[in-house]
Design a protein around this ligand. Structure first.
Ligand code: CP
Ligand code: NVA
Length: 307
């Protein structure tokens, strides 16, 4: 029996460093030999609740479940109207009578916490306003493929101190990767995330720092960016452009960077804003491996939570 069987995955902090390593090891095996896993979740059903749009999360979970011999049900924002048509508690209790596992993409993080509190089956956070842990499993798988390790690497995130940044900070802390988060003043990550991730990182010989100085990206082995305005912040997109102008991955960033620094972006990308198209297509860019790895990492996650 897996140590992870029956657990929820709402935050990168839900798993220890050994548990993260275990999922990543399974992810590498699933990617290398998908046929070996084709009946692994036979007869199992995944419910996928979405309050927000998605390409990667929806398709990678649904395809992944099919490839494991199971079945996925897509519940669009208007299908169940989370929190409006009935309570999150009732939705969780009812879904747990039908399906084996739930993935939810939500606005407030409290919604996935509430789903998990009442669920009789594992709940996976498919992105909340606070965290995006599934993304980080795929990111770590991609970094290992290019750099053969995580511990001791220098990681630099450039952009908004958002959900992806939070999960990267927690994940980096767990695996002992040094992380620098570069944001404009006023857009830093949550202070509690910085405090907690710094404390955990220190026990693993790593540091997590936040800076407004773009020169701090120079020593990075991994450069990462995400959209300047996340889902739900669309009305701020225009006003953020001038504030974030310097906080992008472009030719200037690459001039300052180590020659072998890899480029990551969780996608969707807004070319010309947080990354330019030419830089995103450099040989150092692993953004499409990263997107592909969403599926392998999540297949591994579901296998570990259900077997
Ligand atoms: N990276 C990511 O989660 O993509 P989607 O929003 O398309 O699912
Ligand atoms: N920070 C982005 C990530 C999208 C995958 C958002 O929440 O919209």
């Amino acid at each position: 029996m897996s140590d992870l069987k029956g657990r929820h995955f709402l935050s990168m902090l839900d798993f220890s460093s050994d548990e993260i390593a275990k999922v990543l090891k399974t992810a590498a095996k699933v990617k290398k030999d998908p046929k070996k896993y084709r009946d692994e979740l036979e007869g199992k059903t995944l419910a996928m609740i979405f309050q927000k749009p998605s390409l990667r999360t929806r398709v990678s979970f649904e395809t992944g479940m099919t490839q494991l011999g199971g079945h996925a049900i897509y519940l669009a924002p208007t299908d169940i109207s989370l929190g409006k048509r009935e309570t999150t508690e009732d939705i969780s209790l009812v879904l747990s009578r039908y399906v084996d596992i739930i993935m939810a993409r939500v606005f407030g993080h409290d919604i996935v916490v509430d789903l998990a509190k009442h669920a009789g089956v594992p709940v996976i956070n498919g992105l909340s306003d606070y965290e995006h842990p599934c993304q980080i499993l795929a990111d770590f798988q991609t970094i290992i493929e290019r750099k053969y390790k995580l511990e001791g690497l220098n990681f630099c995130y450039i952009g908004d101190g958002n959900n992806v940044a939070h999960s990267l900070m927690f994940g980096a802390a767990r695996v002992g990767m040094n992380a620098v988060i570069l944001t404009p003043s006023g857009y830093e990550p949550d202070a509690n995330v910085l405090k907690e991730s710094s404390e955990i990182a220190a026990t693993n010989g790593a540091t997590i720092t936040v800076s407004n100085d773009i020169e701090a990206s120079a020593n990075a082995d991994v450069l990462y960016t995400d959209v300047w305005a996340s889902m739900g912040q669309e009305s701020e997109a225009d006003s953020r452009k001038s504030v974030f102008e310097k906080y992008r991955i472009d030719a200037d960033t690459m001039k300052r960077a180590k020659p072998d620094a890899i480029i990551l972006h969780c996608l969707p990308a807004h070319y010309g804003d947080e990354i330019d198209y030419e830089t995103s297509r450099l040989p150092n860019s692993a953004i499409f491996d990263q997107a592909e790895n969403r599926m392998h990492a999540q297949k591994a996650l579901m296998v570990e939570l259900l077997k």
